[in-house]
Design a protein. Structure first.
Length: 229
């Protein structure tokens, strides 16, 4: 899908933000927001926005997966979140992005002008409530992620697998769009430590690894006992 020029995307966003909306359900509310968005595509590893750039837009993943990360002063990369289809991201308390966002694979997103979404929320309490729920979920996710620092490597990997399963309709089959290095940078571990923890979990029958990016949760009870978050 060809990417619209910035000028065209802005015109689309401004035009759609003026459409009247009277949502009566969560599905309708989501549809209203989607109508305001302009579709844009990004290739694997392409930057969607950079740290310190103006936070003028919000984003919703349509297909693919996105990583949100910072590069530390020592050059290490710290991944703060993964965003999957249906997730919205780009929310910031200030006027600039605190982190960068990058496509893990080929990604399509809807792009919303931040000011238009906030204006809609100001006049529509249902949309405001939905945005509050999204923000609350993001705060909860961020809090749980911060607790990883006190866990062992095996506990961190168990946390990650249960988190991904929960975002995949609690399926026992977890498809991972991200690499082992991505997982390591998310969990604050080395790639070798992640691989070793997965091997240990497989050896005790907690998981099976039929493919590099597909993991089967064979014993969720064992994983839950390891997950202290």
């Amino acid at each position: 899908m060809p990417m619209p020029s910035p000028a065209l995307a802005t015109r689309q966003l401004e035009s759609r933000s003026r459409r009247p909306a009277r949502p009566t359900s969560l599905h309708a509310i989501t549809g209203t927001l989607d109508m305001m968005g302009a579709s844009m595509s990004f290739s694997r590893n392409e930057e969607i926005y950079g740290e310190s750039e103006a936070a003028d837009y919000l984003y919703k993943v349509v297909s693919g997966a996105v990583r949100m990360y910072k590069v530390l002063v020592d050059g290490r990369r710290q991944i703060g979140a993964f965003y999957l289809p249906g997730d919205m991201f780009g929310f910031e308390p200030g006027d600039a992005h605190a982190s960068s966002a990058e496509a893990i694979c080929d990604v399509t997103v809807l792009v919303f002008k931040r000011s238009a979404v906030l204006a809609l929320a100001a006049r529509d309490s249902d949309v405001a409530s939905q945005l509050w729920e999204i923000t609350a979920r993001e705060l909860n996710r961020s809090h749980r992620h911060s607790l990883l620092l006190i866990l062992s490597a095996q506990e961190r990997v168990a946390f990650f697998l249960l988190e991904m399963a929960g975002r995949n309709c609690a399926s026992s089959e977890v498809e991972l769009p991200m690499s082992r290095q991505d997982i390591a940078d998310y969990l604050g571990l080395t790639m070798e430590t992640v691989s070793r923890a997965l091997t240990q979990l497989e050896s005790v029958g907690a998981i099976a690894v039929p493919a590099a990016r597909r993991i089967t949760l064979c014993n969720s009870g064992t994983l839950s006992r390891l997950n202290a978050c």
